[in-house]
Design a protein around this ligand. Sequence first.
Ligand code: FAD
Ligand code: FES
Ligand code: FES
Length: 1335
Amino acid sequence: MASVPNSDELIFFVNGRKVTEKNADPEVNLLYYLRKVLCLTGTKYSCGGGGCGACTVMVSRYNPKTKKIHHYPVTACLVPICSLYGAAVTTVEGVGSINTRIHPVQERLAKCHGTQCGFCSPGMVMSIYTLLRNHPEPTPEQITKALGGNLCRCTGYRTIVESGKTFCRESTVCGMKSSGKCCMDQEERSFVNRQEKICTKLYNEDEFQPLDPSQEPIFPPELIRMAEDPNKRRLTFQGERTTWIAPVTLNDLLELKANFPEATLIMGNTTVGPSIKFRDEFHPVFISPLGLPELYFVDCTDDGVTIGAGYSLAQLNDALHLIVLEQPKEKTKTYSALLKHLRTLAGAQIRNMATLGGHVVSRPNFSDLNPILAAGNATINLLSKEGKRQIPLNSHFLERSPEASLKSEEIVLSVYIPYSTQWHFVSGLRLAQRQENAFAIVNAGMSVKFEDGTDTIKNLQMFYGSVDSTVVSASQTCQQLIGRQWDDQMLSDACRLVLDEIDIPPAAGGGMVEYRRTLIISLLFKFYLKVRRGLNKMDPQKFPDIPEKFMSALEDFPIKTPQGTQMFQCVDPYQPPQDPIGHPVMHQSAIKHATGEAVFSDDTPPIARELFLAVVTSTKAHAKIISFDASEALALPGVVDVITAEDVPGSNNHRGEILYAQNEVICVGQIICTVAADIYAHAREAAKKVKITYEDIEPRIITIEQALEHNSFFTTEKKIEQGNVEQAFKYVDQIIEGEAHVEGQEHFYMETQTILAIPKEEDKEMVLYVGTQFPSHVQEFVAATLNIPRSRIACHMKRTGGGFGGKVTKPAVLGAVGAVAANKTGRPIRFILERGDDMLITGGRHPLLGKYKIGFMNNGVIKAADVEYYINSGCTPDESESVIDFVVLKSENAYHIPNFRCRGRACKTNLPSNTAFRGFGFPQATVVVEAYITAVASQCNLPPEEVKEINMYKRISKTAYKQTFNPEPLRKCWKQCLEKSSFYPRKLAAEEFNKKNYWKKRGLAVVPMKFTIGFPVAYYNQAAALVHIYLDGSVLVTHGGCEMGQGLHTKMIQVASRELNIPQSYIHLSETSTVTVPNASFTAASMGADINGKAVQNACQILMARLQPVIRKNPKGKWEDWIAKAFEQSISLSTTGYFKGYLTNMDWEKEKGEPYPYFVYGASCSEVEVDCLTGAHKLLRTDIYMDAAFSINPALDIGQVQGAFIQGMGFYTIEELKYSPEGVLYSRSPDDYKIPTVTEIPEEIRVTLVHSRNPIAIYSSKGLGESGMFLGSSVLFAIYDAVTAARKERGLTKTFSLNSPATPEWIRMTCVDQFTDMIPRDDPSTFTPWSIRVS
Ligand SMILES: Cc1cc2nc3c(=O)[nH]c(=O)nc-3n(C[C@H](O)[C@H](O)[C@H](O)COP(=O)(O)OP(=O)(O)OC[C@H]3O[C@@H](n4cnc5c(N)ncnc54)[C@H](O)[C@@H]3O)c2cc1C
Ligand code: FES
Ligand code: FES
């Protein structure tokens, strides 16, 4: 290979400041550079692969040709810094800051309650900000489109969209406002009773600063000069291992390509970047023609359009859009098909980075564009020093046949896409796990040309993606159909032929084999219908139209901008204005979230001598470690040490949790050793070089079924029984038996597990900064591991980017792992888990198997239930015992079954240990309950809601474990939910819709909920606080609870404000720490605000009691005067506050107790539409009624309810963990684990906080952190309802089993039809599937 010259200076701007980098390394990406070099930590790392949007920044470039500045969003983790020469980067810090001026985007996101943990917020701000730079008055659709590439795990998106919508020309916050008549205004008027007065506004739009585009920073003039410089020259950046060369002209590029034929051309880096990061590809030389004017053009001729290879997919979209507007429809069918897929391909950031040339050349097997381009007869214009060449973008090219590919010295100059013609149809079809920003499960590009004026096939092309290692063509099928009429017989033959031609083997990678086979022909059928409809439009006399009932099969679900309303109890007008309790106070850190100034653990500046830790984990599920060799790793540059079990001075196995595996591994992903190095990249490289050999140990237990076979359990059976179950079964009309499988869930908190462990010089002290829900647990584990007293371990926690239960126990194990490394090396350790490691190592929600036997009368009354639950705990106990307790205790849900037996056991398997997750077993177990209720309804021929109503608790009752409760709020939520959602009329309307539509079906479901908060162990419910009043009157509140987005600190400030009778601005809450509040309980089980609130209240009341004499003497005095006086009188201005906890108990021997302090009730109703041909679904509307008693902060509570609902909806529908039969978790990134995005949330969501009384809790409030999760199951059951309608129409009346999640695969394969009947089925005994169910 030819040699390359020395490095140039890299010049770009960040937030208006010039950056001159003399040692630009092509391997360094912008995210790293911003965070580690420029110390701009507002931009967050969450996945590193472009899939989450947390690292979104705006890039602006000046185009000397058009003299225009182009602003676009990018994911900084995929932008090599070398690609930024001449660009201006704007990060969240450059948009606005608390110290200068916050930008309206930041202000509105915060004030509309669009931030919770705040980890996604800078990315959200940047996406909306960039949109506004291009469109200062965007449409609601543009807002939704701009946010499609940004994931948020907390909020459920609605509030974020709402903040964006405030910039739209017409504020469309309420869907009906544009009519001048807001639906909510009517509600407001109708509630006249003071107690029940309902409010609907969570913020005041009048407070918002206007957006003034003229205030935006100007594009740096120096960059304009640089761009217009006629003497631009080739640039070279020489890194540690890699060289980057940026040619200055097309000829220069061709010259370089000739000189370095093996060099990789790099454009958007959206294929190359992930390959380097996740597949360890190495590229010694990059040639980057990004910005080369010759690659950016659109050339329309009489036959078609030629588009420059440098066009980003977003630019391609805009160009095609214009052409489609200008040209007659018949000419633009290929372009329209491309536009449809361009709308959902990745998110806005990737579409702005990825180029047409890069897309075409990289030929991913999942490509959404190549199948259409091929079907539309596109050609690729190639260029090299030797000259021009044109190759067809056809099957040979896509299937990577060497003679049809680029030569090493060639580049793609442009792609030519011909116009379609009159008797020519082109379509793009796809199905993915979620609508936007997800690789297709199967996609296709199809085209057919007819003999003019006939339906005789002249030419047919069908290309499929995601069915093999490349996009494939069904060319033989197409060939055989030439000359045939476009009729049903042709379709039937085509299906058979294509299934013969495209063979997806039973064990194919990616799994879903039968589903993908079905999609191949279902998509073909859709194309068939589209073409028939098209023919009919051209000549209705000659070509009959498709049946009216089939019409809705033609279109994919539209992406609509979600809208919503919320209702909550107004604050009593007589409440003092300063008292914030009951008001929708913005999250204490919301503005800081939105400006990126909220500091997360990894945002702390570098600590002197710190080391970075990378993990080496087991690749075997159950094996003996035969050999371990770290010598190669230790020899690598920057590596300081390799840490193993032998380095643990204390206990390596604390409470059954193993820190470093020793001798034996018990799951894939178990930590065997860690590597400490000067930078993370060195640690990671070295970790790959550690050599471990294993010898498998039997048995290897992965699934619950295998655990049952091997009698492998952690716990003894937990049981609750009432009545006489056996006897009752004898007298019932009917008995059904069944089972339901509920798979697990990944927490997917946006901030991965983060630990900073800093050893101190003296007394073996160690300080840790950890993103945790349970600092004292981290302290306990570190102390036990290092064998030193807990008093020497200080664990600090300011905030964490989402927890959802995943940061209750795991940070303790990881904290101890990091502490051992800090202890051994004597240096600070920064231990940040990569997304993939986090997903692999830390476990998630327990998969659950429920087996039931139900006895009932023909009128739907359930007389007896015998239910067994098994959870897949994974390899260590963690919290599995508590989870199974909860499952057994809570699973009766809202129903009274007089003869009821419920048993549960936690299975020990060789999966990573599962742990706490929002709802703690309840969301899984209640699926089983709702499943058997639905099955009973089906057997009795009754609607499920009727059977629910019949069996629901109605009056003051005792639970199966004999706890007395009053279900009045449950009845209220249920009744209001049915009434206000217009459930019955809408159900009728859905039935009407279903009669008229064969391939799309609507379904509705309503679910009731009786949830509990807290723990059956009384001492878990205690809490403490520490409140100091300083002499200037300012107050510092500390308590034992952790802030992870739920707004706990905000509520605590509200409590202190009311109790001390001072404005919230006087009160500060900085962090949670084991130093200030010892032995604090976890922040979980929905009781954070309950118990810490009582402790803060207690502390404040103690202080106020002390101040009373001073206040009495000077009742008109100011707070500051009283404090000064109190100090003079030697009155202590500091105290702890304490809450002993709720007196809960559970006697498992007697199967009775009062395990929970109170109940939270709710109901939700959802309506969906499913596409029976693809399995896609669209959530049309959700109504939630949640019993909040009296909400301390309706904005935060509604935020929790909505966020939990969307997380639940994800759990029950699209979130799917995939395990190999050997126990390897495949789904380790946002690419292969799909949490909901903005396109999945209900088109309309209405949330109502229902008022009730709860004197036991602070200010009669209720803990609402978890309960919304289960309400997401209304979507699952609505899907079930829709699928039932489809099956009924197809003559299948038998009850069918319901499992969770109801993925597109499940929906499609359950909507049995002629296509599912047609596909080849495999004998399960003849192959090992790619993935297995573990529940
Ligand atoms: C998070 C994420 C989500 C995605 N989602 C989707 C999706 O839903 N559907 C889908 O279809 N795709 C998806 N993609 C893939 C994306 O479309 C491609 O990665 C992208 O189009 C590649 O373009 P690029 O400019 O980034 O290529 P690069 O990564 O820069 O280059 C890719 C390859 O093309 C070569 N190359 C680039 N330009 C030229 C040229 N002009 N001449 C010769 N060779 C060239 C390079 O040498 C390299 O080998 C996704 C990607 C990411 C990261
Ligand atoms: S961190 Fe860059 S997209 Fe996720
Ligand atoms: S607020 Fe969006 S991830 Fe937490």
